[in-house]
Design a protein around this ligand. Structure first.
Ligand code: B12
Length: 164
């Protein structure tokens, strides 16, 4: 599958910001690549939304995963998720990261159908499982750590396996 990992832009849509290397998203991306998927990343701290939509339109990812480590990025993530679904409803949209993990149910609610899943916890182990489930048309809610509009899985999130 084609996986596009997205780091959101400067905090609070401001122009005063640090540019942080998206370390967590990079780890998730590498785990997904090792699982045999095609991967691209875009960092909206340095690219603009026009570049993001060009990439979505041209490359047509099957799954878009946002990194939600900072609460202040959540409004942008919700806006972008809605914009993706308006352009290509078949694209699966998920959000992971620290802040997404503890606001999962609210994030799904604010997404109003545009966020298919919040994947709680460390993403290296769970993201390949989520991609397999999406590809195989299986129940997403059975992926450990997945919270979906249909409800949350009661199993605990995965931690990083020692092989990664
Ligand atoms: C190191 C760090 C920094 C570094 C940045 C390093 C970097 N390159 O990102 C520095 C010192 C610069 C920094 C700055 C700030 N930070 Co800081 N930072 C941290 C800290 C301690 C660790 C983050 C980290 O690098 N973790 C290691 C990486 C590998 O893990 P990760 O990014 O979490 O990613 C994993 C998962 O989250 C998940 N994941 C991530 N993305 C995705 C995407 C998908 C699709 C999936 C499935 C999973 C997934 O899988 C990843 C791999 O396991 C966290 C606290 C914490 N323990 O998480 C605070 C934390 C993130 N920071 C915080 C804050 C407030 C800030 C500042 C705003 C502080 C300030 N007032 O200036 C600034 C903002 C910077 C900005 N964005 O502009 C808060 C955020 C609070 C919130 N809820 O919004 C935190 C949670 C600390 C806290 N408890 O208050 N920070």
């Amino acid at each position: 599958m084609r996986f596009l990992g997205v780091h959101p832009g400067p905090l609070l849509y401001s122009k005063i910001f640090l540019r942080l290397e998206p370390l967590g998203l990079e780890l998730v991306a590498q785990a997904v690549r090792r699982a045999g998927h095609e991967v691209r990343l875009i960092d909206l701290q340095v690219e603009d939304h026009a570049a993001f939509f060009r990439l979505v339109d041209d490359w047509r990812p099957d799954v878009v995963g946002f990194s939600g480590n900072y609460l202040a990025n959540i409004p942008e993530i919700v806006d972008l998720a809605k914009a993706i679904k308006a352009r290509s409803p078949e694209t699966f949209v998920c959000v992971g990261g620290h802040s997404a993990s503890f606001t999962a149910a609210t994030l799904i609610e604010h997404g109003a159908g545009a966020i298919d899943c919040v994947l709680k916890g460390e993403g290296e182990a769970a993201m390949p499982l989520l991609l397999d489930a999406v590809e195989g048309g299986r129940n997403i809610a059975l992926v450990p750590g997945a919270v979906t509009p249909a409800g949350k899985d009661r199993r605990r999130s995965l931690s990083i396996p020692s092989t990664i």
